[in-house]
Design a protein around this ligand. Structure first.
Ligand SMILES: C[S@@+](CC[C@H](N)C(=O)[O-])C[C@H]1O[C@@H](n2cnc3c(N)ncnc32)[C@H](O)[C@@H]1O
Length: 295
């Protein structure tokens, strides 16, 4: 059942983890390079270091969780992954065998299944835009951090609509789709502006807040068995847990037409054997005050 909420005056569909499945999680794992690269920058922003306890919130299939496990040291540090999707957590648990200092649990950013003050760092990569109550999520991050602990996150910038989102909006605005889709109505993404993200950090109770933008590229190459346009589409569908087009529940022929129309437009970003799309990310940083104020 699709749940609709009102967010900043717009009607939004709630992220529904039941759109996810084993195949989508498997494919995300091999295609999530752009997210991994954003996460590497974020590890630097958070100055995650040996001996620390880290929460990887919205950990997906756990590739960055495993990287952090090595960074903090198997004996000295610890990393816990939390994700709302049972499928992603089931997949990520394979890593518990290889890393003595990793554990995963299913749960939501709005209700983190860990006690107060458990972590030095909350690492929240490429996930907040899927979260329905973002203030509640940041308040939860504050709760599970020790005083002086850091929350670092990345998201896409609402001020710089990325080519895939722009293309999708253009295609679905065509008259053909009108019986199946009203523009904006079934959107799940809650991208933030820089000012909105700063305000969220502030309202949740963080200090020393720093939000900055950086640009990245979404690059997919032609493979023997898969054109780059298809690779970009698979990345978008799997990284969104089925919330790029699948959640719109179009009839099969309409879905196929939308996918084809969108992939054709991706072709406009072709450079030789690759598709290259520029995207702007927001990176957020904030510290839990030593004497946490009542909110
Ligand atoms: C784009 S993936 C990012 C995964 C991982 N952080 C990475 O960088 O590869 C977004 C993840 O957020 C998860 N997610 C969505 N809403 C969530 C919520 N409210 N709480 C926790 N996880 C959520 C999805 O299941 C998905 O695994």
């Amino acid at each position: 059942m699709t749940e609709i909420v009102e967010l900043r005056g717009e009607k939004r569909t709630v992220f529904d983890a039941s759109h996810d499945n084993e195949e989508m999680a498997r494919r995300y794992k091999v295609i999530s390079g752009p997210q991994f690269n954003a996460g590497l920058i974020l590890i630097g922003v958070g100055r995650i270091s040996i001996g620390e306890k880290v929460l990887d919130l919205g950990c997906g299939t756990g590739e960055l969780t495993a990287f952090i496990a090595i960074l903090v040291g198997e004996k000295e540090g610890r990393v816990c992954g939390v994700d709302v999707s049972e499928e992603r957590i089931r997949d990520a648990r394979r890593l518990e065998k290889d890393h003595a200092n990793i554990s995963f649990s299913q749960g939501s950013a709005e209700n983190i299944p860990h006690p107060d003050g458990s972590f030095d760092v909350v690492f929240f990569n490429a996930t907040i835009h899927w979260v329905d109550n973002q203030l509640k999520a940041l308040q939860e991050c504050l709760r599970v951090l020790r005083p002086g602990g850091r929350l670092v996150l990345t998201t896409a910038s609402a001020e710089d609509i990325s080519p895939p989102d722009q293309i999708k909006a253009e295609v679905l605005a065509e008259d053909f789709y009108r019986p199946y889709y009203q523009p904006g109505q079934k959107d799940v993404l809650h991208y933030l502006t820089k000012a909105e993200l700063e305000t969220l950090y502030d309202r949740a109770g963080f200090q020393d807040i720093d939000v900055f933008r950086n640009s990245s590229e979404l690059v997919r190459e032609d493979k023997e068995d898969e054109k780059a346009e298809e690779g970009v589409y698979v990345f978008l569908e799997t990284s969104s847990g089925g919330h790029f087009l699948l959640h719109l529940e179009f009839p099969p022929d309409v879905l196929l037409k939308a996918q084809t129309d969108i992939k054709n437009k991706f072709g406009g970003y072709r450079k030789g054997t690759s598709i290259v799309m520029k995207r702007v990310r927001l990176n957020g940083y904030g510290i839990k005050p030593f004497a946490a104020q009542e909110i």
